[in-house]
Design a protein around this ligand. Structure first.
Ligand code: ADP
Ligand code: MG
Length: 268
């Protein structure tokens, strides 16, 4: 395995008037290609800032980020945009779909900013099929449920065939059934296509379905555990006041949901 994202002593300081907030305060983290991991921590602990740094949406105050082994510090803004475009797909909590565009047009949106792809529309349609929205391509966001909108957002994140998906509380607005289905889709992408997935979540059930949990507190990594290692269960439940998740139970549920998503996604 090789690190697709690697940070060393990463720091992001925000200034608010005279005050400084060290939102990310010295994080050294390797994300291996093909990992499926969760970032947890209380509100304000720096999760979103870390994700935005990993996705080259923000530049660090100090420290380094390598993407595919390449140091991003020397990259121009244009080059950073190129890295994002080529390698990274974002999914946000609040879907961020364009209301006036239908599902297919929303999924195709990122294609406008990249090299021309003659197969763009077919590709976007195939992704909507994959997330079970083959019948809803011409619907606008207002005509879709929250879970359906988030699935459109996932399809959009995938349209440029990214190596990494960065998802910031993607299930935060969804009920548990829908968030389970969504997680199943991400898991499937990871298993079938080797897409690296980093999910920021408050939900121990979501974290329990990943293979690695990194916990932040005050902009620092306080826990970094992989499934099967000592401290895994504790890592899932601590600090948020949520009970430790039962991985096996969550998985049993997810398996069924995934089947239903697949069944719903075919037009048979
Ligand atoms: P989380 O996603 O874990 O809730 P954030 O990364 O959003 O945490 O925020 C970490 C800290 O940085 C918080 O104290 C937050 O108020 C502060 N912060 C985040 N973004 C900004 C910003 N654009 N300007 C000033 N402070 C910010
Ligand atoms: Mg956040």
């Amino acid at each position: 395995m090789s690190a697709i994202l690697a940070t060393r002593d990463l720091v992001k300081v925000y200034r608010r008037g005279a005050a400084e907030v060290r939102a990310v305060d010295g994080i050294s983290l390797d994300v291996q290609a093909g990992e499926f991991m969760a970032v947890m921590g209380r509100s304000g602990s720096g999760k979103t800032t870390l994700l935005d740094l990993l996705g080259c949406l923000l530049r660090p105050t100090s420290g380094s980020l390598r993407v595919d082994g390449r140091d991003t510090a020397a990259a121009s803004d244009g080059e950073l945009a190129g890295i994002r475009q080529a390698r990274i797909g974002f999914v946000f909590q609040e879907f961020n779909l364009i209301p006036s565009l239908n599902a297919l047009e929303n999924v195709m949106l990122p294609l406008r900013y990249g090299p021309r792809r003659p197969d763009g529309e077919r590709r976007a349609a195939a992704l909507l099929e994959m997330v079970g929205l083959g019948e809803r391509m011409r619907h606008r966001p207002s005509e879709l449920s929250g879970g359906e909108q988030q699935r459109v957002a996932i399809a959009r994140a995938l349209v440029n065939d990214p190596a990494v998906i960065l998802a910031d509380e993607p299930t935060g607005e969804l009920d548990s059934t829908t968030s389970g289905a969504l997680l199943g889709i991400l898991r499937q992408l990871n298993a079938d296509r080797g897409v690296t997935v980093v999910i920021v979540t408050h939900d121990a059930g979501v974290a329990a379905a990943t293979d690695r949990v990194v916990r932040l507190s005050d902009g620092r990594v306080v826990t970094d555990v992989r499934r099967g290692e000592r401290g895994w269960r504790e890592a899932l439940g601590r600090a948020d006041g949520t009970a430790p998740g039962d991985g096996a139970r969550v998985w049993a549920r997810l398996g069924g949901l995934l089947d239903r998503v697949r069944a719903g996604g075919t037009s048979r």
